[in-house]
Design a protein around this ligand. Structure first.
Ligand code: SF4
Ligand code: SF4
Length: 114
C-alpha cells in the first residue's frame, strides 16, 4: 500500500443533542453569566496562565459545552484564579466563579462565590 505522508483526519463532528450537558447545566445554574460568553477571546489574550501553558478560558468554556469532562479536568488546574480575565471580559462574565464551579462539579467540594 502506498504511503503519502498524510492520513484522513479524525472526525471532529459534534452532535450537541448527544453531548453530556450536566456540567454546563450545573454552571449555568450557579453562574448564569456562563451563558453570555461570546467566545471573543479577550480573556485568553490576557490570561496569566497562558504565559506558561496553553491554557485558554475561552477553550475551557467550549470543552464544558461539548461535555468533554476529561479534557476539562486536565485544563482547569492550570488556572491561577488571578482574575485578570474577569477585568477584560466585555460581557462581564464571572470567570473566576465559573472556574470554581468547574472544580465543584468535578470534585463535589464546597466552594464559595468570589
Ligand atoms: S472575554 Fe468574556 S466573552 Fe470573551 S471569551 Fe472570555 S469569557 Fe467569553
Ligand atoms: S483567572 Fe485563570 S483564566 Fe483568568 S486570567 Fe487568571 S489564570 Fe487566566
Amino acid at each position: 500500500m502506498n504511503k503519502f505522508g498524510y492520513t484522513i483526519s479524525r472526525d471532529n463532528q459534534i452532535d450537541y443533542d448527544k453531548v453530556d450537558r450536566s456540567m454546563a447545566a450545573f454552571i449555568e445554574k450557579n453562574e448564569p453569566t456562563f451563558r453570555i460568553c461570546i467566545q471573543c477571546g479577550s480573556c485568553a489574550a490576557s490570561c496569566s496562565a497562558a504565559n506558561f501553558t496553553r491554557f485558554s478560558f475561552r477553550k475551557l468554556c467550549l470543552l464544558i459545552r461539548r461535555g468533554l469532562t476529561d479534557d476539562v479536568q486536565k485544563e482547569v488546574s492550570k488556572c491561577m484564579l488571578c482574575g485578570k480575565c474577569r477585568l477584560v471580559c466585555p460581557r462581564g462574565v464571572n470567570t473566576r466563579n465559573i472556574i470554581l464551579n468547574v472544580h465543584q462539579a468535578l470534585h463535589k467540594t464546597t466552594v464559595y462565590e468570589l
